[in-house]
Design a protein around this ligand. Structure first.
Ligand SMILES: N[C@@H](CCC(=O)N[C@@H](CS)C(=O)NCC(=O)O)C(=O)O
Length: 192
């Protein structure tokens, strides 16, 4: 979001160990010990989608999201929430399950169930993108920032359908954006 809005920002690496994320220091910033956290002057907040909306409220100057009350805004809200609340959720649970139950302790049926839920989301996205480049049409919006992360996660976790069809083409288009390239330059190749 900061890249797309042309905002200066600093990325701060967080110790992702369970011990640090359970520490009073980190819990004061994120009470459930997750990442990310945004610090913006007088605002400190958790929940990525809320951060996106806050940045648009404060710095958006009417860019990257349709006006409130319009049908386009409804679609924008739907896809933004879908991306984190419905699509990213089973993906995150695959990561959590494998971390908490490493190696042979992992239960394949649990992972398969979460993968099936994620694939359902990829298919819904694929149908929505059949006749449009981005979620709301030809114009990139912050809903694509939200969805981009979920698709990235799906691809990194080996969901093949997230690399194919309209979803594959959608992600290819986002990868061409200078903002995406700048924001992901320091990520391991497996995540891009
Ligand atoms: N809905 C939250 C999800 C945050 C989340 O699950 N973050 C992951 C990393 S991407 C995490 O911290 N996982 C550790 C855990 O759940 O224990 C958001 O969008 O900020």
């Amino acid at each position: 979001m900061c890249e797309e809005l042309g905002l200066p920002y600093e990325k701060v690496a967080v110790d992702f160990s369970p011990a640090y994320r359970a520490s009073p220091e980190w819990r004061a910033l994120n009470p459930v010990g997750k990442v990310p956290v945004l610090v913006d002057d007088d605002v400190t907040m958790f929940e990525s989608g809320a951060m996106v909306e806050h940045l648009l409220d404060r710095y958006g100057e009417n860019r990257l999201r349709p006006p409130p009350g319009t049908a386009e805004r409804a679609a924008y809200l739907q896809w933004s929430w879908f991306s984190e609340a419905t699509f990213a959720r089973p993906l995150g649970e695959i990561v959590n399950h494998r971390r908490e139950f490493p190696g042979d302790e992992a239960i394949p049926a649990v992972v398969a169930e979460m993968e099936a839920r994620a694939v359902l989301c990829v298919r819904a996205l694929d149908a929505a993108l059949a006749h449009r480049q981005y979620l709301l049409g030809d114009e990139f919006t912050a809903a694509d920032v939200m969805m981009g992360y979920s698709v990235m996660l799906a691809r990194a976790l080996g969901i093949a359908e997230a690399r194919a069809g309209h979803v594959g083409a959608y992600y290819d288009a986002m990868e061409q954006r200078p903002g995406y390239q700048a924001a992901t330059a320091d990520l391991p190749a497996a995540w891009r």
